[in-house]
Design a protein around this ligand. Structure first.
Ligand code: ZN
Ligand code: ZN
Length: 146
């Protein structure tokens, strides 16, 4: 689909700002999307958050896994971050069984540049100033807890 798509069968890596947490995941990701929901925005202190969906069975924690802190943000979901430097890293939910969602911002920059977002979700709850993005990507208005 994309000219710069990473080859299937390879793996990508990433990690937190302080380097305590590293991880590996299978390429290509299942999807890449910008999330505008209020919970993602607050959890990450950001205007919106770009996530990649990956196969949880082919995801591997590296480095000091003991540094990972997990917060149950809803009955269905957990959000994980580095307990040392605070970098938001992972999202898991029973709504997406078997998937590990990873913040694009924590993926190695060279690879992250190749993982092109395919759409916006929770567009209805976006911050007002984001409305002028003209990227041609589809908008999913639907809201709901994530
Ligand atoms: Zn860290
Ligand atoms: Zn979200």
């Amino acid at each position: 689909m994309s000219d710069a798509s990473p080859a299937a069968g390879q793996s990508g890596v990433g990690g937190c700002l302080c380097g305590a947490i590293r991880y590996r995941f299978a390429l290509p990701p299942l999807w890449v999307a910008h999330c505008h929901c209020t919970m993602c925005r607050r959890a990450q202190g950001a205007g919106f958050v770009t996530w990649i969906g990956t196969d949880g069975k082919r995801f591997e924690l590296l480095g000091n896994a003991g540094a990972l802190s997990t917060y149950r943000s809803s009955a269905a979901a957990t959000r994980s971050f580095c307990g040392r430097c605070g970098t938001p890293l992972f999202f898991e939910s029973t709504r997406w069984p078997g998937e590990m969602h990873i913040t694009l911002g924590s993926v190695e920059p060279g690879l992250a540049a190749q993982l092109r977002p395919q759409g916006h979700v929770h567009w209805a709850t976006r911050v007002p100033w984001i409305g002028e993005i003209h990227d041609g990507l589809p908008r999913q208005e639907a809201t709901g807890s994530s």
